[in-house]
Write a protein that binds this ligand. Sequence first.
Ligand code: IMP
Length: 179
Amino acid sequence: MREERPTRDQLRVLIPEERLQARIKELGAQIRADYGDRPITCVGVLKGSFMFMADLVRAIGGDIRCEFLAVSSYHGGTRSTGVVRITEDLRTPIEGQDTLVIEDIIDTGLTLDYLLRSLQVRGPASLKTCCLLDKPAHREVALDSDYVGFSIPDEFVVGYGLDLAERYRNLPHIAVYTP
Ligand code: IMP
């Protein structure tokens, strides 16, 4: 039996590579200006933020530590289940450190809300967030990211780290996926 796979026609470029890269440079400069020359512990939320994190930490420059944790909240579908789980935790403490959580996208806000609550109790010197994309239409908790790359309409997007059932993470741009 032939496997049903989405075709290229179901992807429409929403944010081209050049716009992404230009905005990330701006974000990096803004973040570095806000923190001065203080070291920043960047916590990338896997897997979706891996590409954004790689570009953003270079744009911020200066003294940066890179840490990662992994969460699962979607279970392969296109809508949040509201159940968030840390599947891989930080390997080092963030106590006393200026900590910046780097996320790919906020949709309902449930993932980031849960993460911030779990990290705040670990006693960071400060805790801020930087999200590449913000989809404000479906917010279920009152939560705004300190730094946002782009506000986007309520559509399911893939590319530049974001996936649909593990596909499309390697696209260099953000595309809208239409089922
Ligand atoms: P939230 O908990 O609803 O805010 O969703 C946050 C997480 O859901 C993100 O870290 C993504 O992994 C995933 N997500 C939300 N919207 C999209 C999307 O449009 N494309 C791909 N993943 C998404």
